[in-house]
Design a protein around this ligand. Sequence first.
Ligand code: IPD
Length: 305
Amino acid sequence: STSAWEVELNLAINVARECGIIIRNARDKRMTGSVMAGPINTKMNTTDLVTETDVEVEQLVKRSLAQRFPEYAFVGEESYAAGEKTVLTDQPTWIVDPIDGTTNFVHGFPFVAVSIGLFVNKTPVVGVVYNPILDQLYYASKGCGAYVVDNARNTVDKTEEHAVRLPLVRQPLGPVNTSVVTCEWGSDRSGNNFEAKCACFRNLAADRADHGGMAHALRAIGSAALNTCLVATGQLDAYWEGGPWIWDIAAASCILTEAGGVLLDANPPKDTDVIVPISGHGFECRRYFAIRPSTNGYKDQKPFA
Ligand code: IPD
């Protein structure tokens, strides 16, 4: 069916691909040790990295989107870092992370993504997540399903005509002890947030029956957007994190939910299928939990932390 947001979706895909060229080139320079790669700066602490490429890409996205939709609001990771107010209203609002997985980008680990989401009435209507290193594009628009163009699989035609509808894997979600779960440490490594993360990792990893059994494996991909897309494809069963920002998951939340997945605000723990992670929070979401379709699965179990 034709998306009510087709123009926005196509624009976001084109902009994401354009950004991908910049990111790929910058990453190549970085990997060859070129001085042109520029410094690695930090924000909140020594694990919270930002580069000139993050800022350059965000400016390109912001400019390109505003050119076509000047009346839409904009929330971006680096604009926020530069002191811009990021109040989410009911108005159409682009929510952008120019490089989700900046640490991966800096270290050459190939899970890096441009993330462009559009929210209307505080609800995701368009999501585009593009990994330019692996040339994998995930996208969705409200009511029209989620898709992936995976050029690791498809080398013939690199366009949306060859998109595959998600989820690729449709088996029902099993209990924790048959699942691969991704969890992230994030950049907040102190206080309650750090303790919650430690508890989550322990509960999932330990051989203890009272926590629903141990997961088959734990992973940390290093990009909230790609973690969520990997759950949408069925390659991972669940993703938990204590404290991602809205730009980390805005686009991917549209992709996940259009693929039939669920996004839960687990703080405080709820067993309802709450989709919008940021209602009431403005721009930040604390602890959420992304799962694949299930008749019971994780819903009957205690939250991980
Ligand atoms: C971060 C990554 C990381 C997650 C953090 C995010 P950034 O985004 O997605 O995997 O653990 O919570 O903030 O800083 O690379 O854009």
